[in-house]
Write a protein that binds this ligand. Structure first.
Ligand SMILES: Nc1ncnc2c1ncn2[C@@H]1O[C@H](COP(=O)(O)OP(=O)(O)O)[C@@H](O)[C@H]1O
Ligand SMILES: [Mg+2]
Length: 229
């Protein structure tokens, strides 16, 4: 089972990833928790390149390709092997983030973004994507508080300093994706309190956990044939 969490800055992805991981721990579901960018050792370098505030000259295409490179390494080194060994994978941002941020947010060609996503993932695609949706005001306000609360300075990345319109486009992009793929992408109200959001996530996951516990489904990750979709 391959689960990704998506949404704008401050919507609560990392909070919910941590809670979900604790839950899977309790249920003794073998799992891997990871994130993009930076889910591998090499990806750590790419993450720093992407989020460094001094890299303002970075071209949109460069940024897009760096995300694709990070993802290629991440899928090959972490996600695919974990799924192949029957573990669940919970990933804080994945390919949809590139569509939302680089595609809808920065205006990179959506078809190019889609093709790069297919190449980088080698067809390893989430079974379930949890889109934590809230307004840009709520998200950025939370992200700002998180920074003031003394979270690691790296978290105040280039994106959190972008103009509101950018984040509005990203949010709309995510919602558009959810409309196009309503089976995989579930939109959750991220303005609820963290416990409620967690409960919503668990109710969506309950059937999969049942299947897993009963041993009827130990597979994970939808592997698309190359060239499909
Ligand atoms: N549902 C929620 N309601 C209120 N505050 C939240 C909620 N979820 C997370 N937070 C807080 O908002 C801030 C951003 O949450 P975080 O999980 O880091 O978001 P993201 O990873 O999506 O950027 C954190 O300080 C977190 O404690
Ligand atoms: Mg986060």
């Amino acid at each position: 089972m391959f689960i990704t969490l998506e949404g704008i800055e401050g919507c609560g992805k990392t909070t919910q990833v941590e809670r979900l991981a604790r839950f899977l721990e309790e249920r003794r579901v073998p799992h891997v928790v990871t994130r993009e960018p930076g889910g591998t050792r090499l990806g750590g370098y790419i993450r720093r390149m992407l989020l460094d505030r001094d890299h303002g000259e970075m071209e949109g295409l460069t940024e897009l390709l760096l995300y694709a490179a990070d993802r290629a390494q991440h899928v090959a080194e972490v996600i695919q092997p974990a799924l192949a060994s029957g573990r669940w994978v919970v990933c804080d941002r994945f390919a949809d983030a590139t569509t939302a941020y680089q595609g809808y947010g920065r205006g990179q060609n959506l078809d190019l973004v889609h093709r790069l996503n297919l190449v980088a993932t080698q067809g390893v695609w989430p079974d379930l994507t949890l889109l934590l949706d809230c307004s840009v005001e709520v998200g950025l306000d939370r992200a700002q508080r998180r920074i003031l609360a003394g979270a690691s300075p790296e978290r105040e990345d280039r994106f959190e300093r972008q103009v509101q319109e950018f984040h509005l486009r990203v949010r709309e992009g995510y919602l558009r994706l959810a409309e196009q793929d309503a089976v995989r992408i579930k939109v959750l109200d991220a303005t609820l309190d963290p416990d409620q959001v967690h409960e919503e996530i668990l109710s969506l996951l309950e059937p999969s956990i049942e299947r897993w516990t009963n041993g009827t489904d130990r597979s994970g990750g939808v592997v698309w044939q190359k060239g499909s979709g």
